[in-house]
Design a protein around this ligand. Structure first.
Ligand code: 4AD
Length: 466
């Protein structure tokens, strides 16, 4: 019993371990607390030292005040520390609380000369990109990652609130959903075994899209979605392409028109953006004030606007009338390039715009053919957004067995996709869906120019660091 009493006594006296974001609520004022984090600034003034310590729980660092006797030469910018002390009301306007330190323990030292970030310097995103293993220690990149995490939650809550079932579609697959041949093949890395068979008995690849698997599931759940990594062997160094990116994909059964699809896409964009703005006020503010100044007005304009819709044919007309000097010529039937997409967005007043009914031959085999000869278009839609261009691609899917069979036969794919034809044989319904590039979404909301700056570890051709 006396042992238990002693344990209880110790627990009552032991400092309260807090995340720094919790320390800012004044609820624990006057208590003995312990925080752990990394030093963001150190300043010595007469008999005191002042530190700012950050633990990633929020953008704000906690000010620690200590007597000079607690100074330690290892206490440098970037070092990892554990501080115990009393949480007090701060005399300074900038923050409500500060920690009066009784003990500072340097857990991990950091040589400020070799550390690539310098105290009080604002490094741009391009500079940070050189240090994929360390950039999360900076304000800008840690804000980005907190926003990314909240944005992920925002997409999940949008789908949950709207009755969608989440499906874990496979990363390894034997099909090329987009038919573009941009596949990474998957095989075990056995050396010197030239005559071995395929591991899966058939060629297998990293997925380029979970759509076909979602179509399977929409045949049972009607509304389904998936949110996971997607891979494309695109030999591109562009500001909006990665070899590994995250895609949010949704598929809806009993859906008969592109209008019904664009409504879901617009609602999803607005709802998730609003949630990110509301849940990440300080982090988003850091971007909109210091990293991409002025971008907030553009986001507000997107949220206020009702997204315009134009057909591909109208888009080609607008581009044809433009006096802009495009690198790629525009004719009916051409694929729209980034420069064209950006022009169309500008034409609509810098708000997101839907472009519908693309030439059938530009779209993959699954797209539903419109009955509109001689043009021959598909019921497909792209959502183009300011600064980025294409954010989402979607379509109604060809649900008619005879039409789909004929298309697959033309492409010599009827055997490969026999299971896909089964979906049309057994209880087929009109359906459609779309995919949104998650990194492009973050670029659009934050105004970030380069896609490599919105993903923790970017993979692109000739680069797979770490
Ligand atoms: O337009 P995509 O190719 O559509 C599909 O894959 C459909 N199967 C999706 C579906 O209907 N379920 O790709 C969808 C989005 C694009 O609009 C773009 O935002 C993003 O994925 N995307 C990329 N993002 C980064 N890097 C790349 N290499 C990308 N390729 C596509």
């Amino acid at each position: 019993r006396s042992f238990l009493l002693r344990v209880r006594h110790y627990c009552d006296k032991a400092p309260l371990k807090l995340r720094i974001s919790q320390a800012f609520s004044t609820a624990d004022l006057g208590k003995s607390v312990k925080i752990q984090g990394w030093v963001r600034s150190v300043r010595t003034q007469k008999a005191h030292i002042f530190l700012h310590v950050n633990d990633g729980s929020s953008l704000q660092s906690l000010q620690v005040v200590a007597g000079a006797e607690l100074n330690d030469q290892l206490l440098t910018f970037g070092s990892a520390v554990e501080v115990t002390g009393i949480l007090k009301k701060s005399p300074h306007q900038k923050q409500a609380v500060e920690l009066e330190a009784q003990r500072i323990h340097v857990i991990g030292e950091c040589d400020p000369v070799d550390f690539p970030f310098k105290i009080k310097e604002r490094h741009n995103l391009e500079y940070l990109r050189q240090f994929p293993h360390l950039r999360c220690r900076t304000n800008a990149f840690s804000s980005l990652l907190r926003i990314r995490s909240e944005a992920t939650a925002a997409f999940h809550s949008f789908f949950k609130d709207n009755g969608f079932v989440q499906i874990h579609t496979p990363v390894i697959t034997s099909n090329d959903c987009e038919g573009a041949g941009e596949l990474f093949q998957v095989e075990p890395s056995s050396v010197g075994d030239a005559h071995r068979e395929f591991f899966f008995s058939v060629p297998a690849f990293l997925t380029v899209s979970g759509q076909l698997h979602l179509e399977v599931m929409s045949g049972a759940f009607s509304r389904v979605y998936t949110f996971g990594p997607t891979f494309r062997a695109e030999n591109s160094q562009s500001r909006r392409h990665l070899a590994e990116f995250y895609m949010v994909e949704a598929e809806l059964g009993f859906l008969r028109s592109l209008n019904d699809l664009t409504k879901v896409m617009e609602d999803m964009f607005k709802s998730t953006t609003e949630q990110v703005l509301a849940r990440c006020v300080e982090d988003v503010d850091l971007f909109h004030r210091h990293v991409t100044p002025g971008h907030r007005a553009s986001v507000d304009a997107m949220l206020k606007s009702s997204f315009p819709v134009m057909s591909y044919s109208e888009a080609v007309e607008i581009l044809g009338r433009s006096t802009e000097n495009f690198t790629f010529p525009v004719d009916w039937g051409c694929d729209l390039k980034t420069e064209h997409e950006k022009h169309l967005v500008k034409h609509c007043g810098n708000v997101p715009v839907f472009v519908t009914d693309y030439p059938y031959r530009l779209k993959p085999f699954y797209a539903r053919a419109n009955q509109d000869p001689p043009q021959n278009t598909a019921a497909a839609v792209d959502l183009l957004v300011p600064g980025v261009g294409e954010l989402c691609g979607g379509s109604l899917r060809e649900e008619r067995l005879d039409v789909l069979t004929a298309h697959l036969e033309d492409a010599g794919l009827e055997d490969t996709y026999d299971w896909y034809l089964d979906l049309r044989r057994f209880g087929s319904v009109p359906h459609g869906g779309f995919g949104l590039g998650f990194e492009r979404f973050l670029q659009c909301v934050l105004g970030v120019d380069n896609i490599k700056d919105v993903i923790p570890f970017p993979r692109y051709s000739h680069s797979c660091l770490l």
